[in-house]
Design a protein around this ligand. Structure first.
Ligand code: HEM
Length: 473
């Protein structure tokens, strides 16, 4: 009996603590004052992104998700969480799920100081001045040309989802390993690496490991995150070779005075490979789908030639930004811990240790003064100088601050070259036999699978069939 009384008192004490915490005063469903179950439930179904989005629509730009987690959707919050002091707050253990070969990479490093040391070794390779230098631009173009030729030669609808993921993989590996790199568009063995790295539907399995790390070793094998043995072997072998090209990522890391061991270089390269496939591939897939709609005017895209300089195509830039705004390839929250002492975020005091985040999906939609008619794909909104500053500040597809996307410049150049190559020569239409679904998914690969007639026999990908046969007049 005495035990029961003590337990009841402890429970009341904990509840009272939760109810008087500053987080309890933040708007949100009542249950989230005392429990994280509603949030976890939505993570597992999986529907976290839309759950949070609906809460923001109901409660405004600050929403309590659990007794220890708050979501924000405002410019002030982006600046404070992700850019204060350069790279914002430390990441949470959520990012431990993204270790490579058991090691922490730049992406999965949690604390700012360790991250900035690693970033110093890697970031200059991704500067626009390096990406726009030869051989990088020609190697990207050499990957875009066969993409278009193969599509047109088939003279029927093609599964561009698969083609685009091959293109993204081939581009990123050539950027990292030039003169090496994969040719998954036309090599069956390389294609298997693309299959292994993409079509992931393992978010729930990863979350189980994250929430129940002590039980993880006892999970049956089908409960564990998917392995990538072919990719691992490829990365280990190529990073062990000598690299003469000082402009490739690997060349830079092995030639200059780098403190990174071979094991860490391999882990970083695998991470950048993973980071560059689904993101760029999904972004392009959504764009080709939108550009294939009957009512879409391709405008400047069609008047371009394959040689038009990339910086002379402002409409193409607007099209890509609008695609990434409507369907950000990583649409969900990027979680961070509030530092010791607590911080005031967007006018609200949040105690130390609280998990705070913003998600691109909501930032790109909630403020309809900045993004009117937010669900409509409308590249013209980026061509209007009125409100340009506000739009750009709320554009969060690549994150922001010191931990924003390192590969942003590479991704933009890959997307621009591919779309210029396709739309300067062809029109595309969505094929009548398309079976995929373009709804955004909470996975890293963003489109939900509802297709049953998978052309290439791979499970788990959204399939988009776009006919690339109609020549421009
Ligand atoms: C459209 C394409 C892409 C999108 C939308 C995108 C988006 C993002 C976002 C949102 C983050 C920050 C995530 C967070 O804070 O949790 C990020 C980080 C990162 N991305 Fe990308 N990414 C893209 C392409 C690429 C490519 C092509 C590469 C490399 C080849 C790359 C490499 C990285 C790396 C290394 C980080 C970690 C940066 C750090 O922690 O300092 N990304 N990306």
């Amino acid at each position: 009996m005495a035990m029961l009384v003590v337990a009841a008192l402890l429970l009341c004490g904990s509840l009272a603590k939760l109810l008087i915490s500053p987080v309890a005063k933040i708007p949100g469903p009542w249950l989230t004052k005392v429990s994280s179950l509603p949030l976890k439930y939505h993570e597992f179904i999986p529907g976290r992104r839309m759950y949070i989005h609906r809460l923001h629509q109901q409660y405004g730009p600050i929403v309590r998700l659990s007794p220890n987690e708050v979501s924000f959707a405002s410019l002030e919050a982006i600046r404070e969480i992700y850019a204060s002091g350069g790279s914002g707050y430390n990441k949470t253990e959520f990012y431990d799920m993204f270790r490579q070969f058991g090691m922490k990479t730049m992406f999965s490093t949690l604390d700012k100081r360790t991250h900035s040391q690693r970033k110093r070794e890697l970031a200059d390779s991704y500067a626009m001045s390096n990406i726009l230098r030869e051989p990088h631009v020609s190697t990207i173009r050499e990957r875009a040309e066969p993409f278009v030729l193969q599509g047109a030669a088939l003279a029927r609808s093609v599964d561009v989802y698969v083609f685009l993921h091959c293109y993204a993989l081939d581009c990123v590996t050539h950027f990292m390993f030039h003169p090496g790199g994969l040719s998954s568009l036309n090599d069956a063995k390389n294609f298997q690496i693309m299959e292994e790295m993409t079509y992931h539907h393992s978010l729930q399995r990863n979350l189980l490991q994250y929430y129940l790390p002590k039980l993880a070793p006892y999970f049956p094998s089908w409960f564990k995150p998917r392995r990538a043995p072919k990719t691992n072997a490829y990365v280990q072998s190529i990073t062990a070779q000598e690299h003469s090209d000082s402009h490739s990522l690997l060349g830079r890391l092995t030639q200059k005075e780098s403190s990174l061991s071979h094991a860490l270089i391999a882990a970083e390269c695998k991470d950048h490979m993973a980071a560059g496939i689904d993101t760029t591939g999904d972004g392009l897939c959504f764009l080709m789908w939108e550009l294939s709609q009957p009512d879409h005017l391709h405008g400047e895209l069609c008047s371009a030639t394959p040689d038009t300089p990339l910086d002379k195509l402002p409409y193409l830039e607007a099209v890509i930004k609008e695609g990434l705004r409507c369907a950000p390839p990583i649409p969900m929250s990027f979680p961070r811990y509030v530092p010791s002492g607590g911080r005031t975020i967007d006018g609200t005091f949040i105690p130390a240790g609280t998990i705070v985040s913003c998600q691109p999906y909501t930032l790109h939609r909630l403020d309809q003064d900045v993004f009117p008619d937010p669900d409509k794909f409308n590249p013209d909104r980026w061509m209007n100088s009125n409100g340009a500053i506000e739009r750009n500040r709320l554009f969060f597809a690549f994150g922001t601050g010191g931990r924003g996307c390192t590969g942003r410049n590479l991704a933009m150049v890959e997307m621009k070259i591919l779309l210029r190559e396709v739309y300067s020569k062809y029109r595309t239409t969505v094929a009548a036999d398309m079976t995929g679904c373009m709804d955004i998914d909470d996975q890293k690969n963003i489109f939900e699978t509802k297709g049953s007639d998978l052309q290439v026999g791979v499970h788990g990908q959204g399939q988009l069939l776009v006919d690339v046969c109609e020549f421009m007049l």
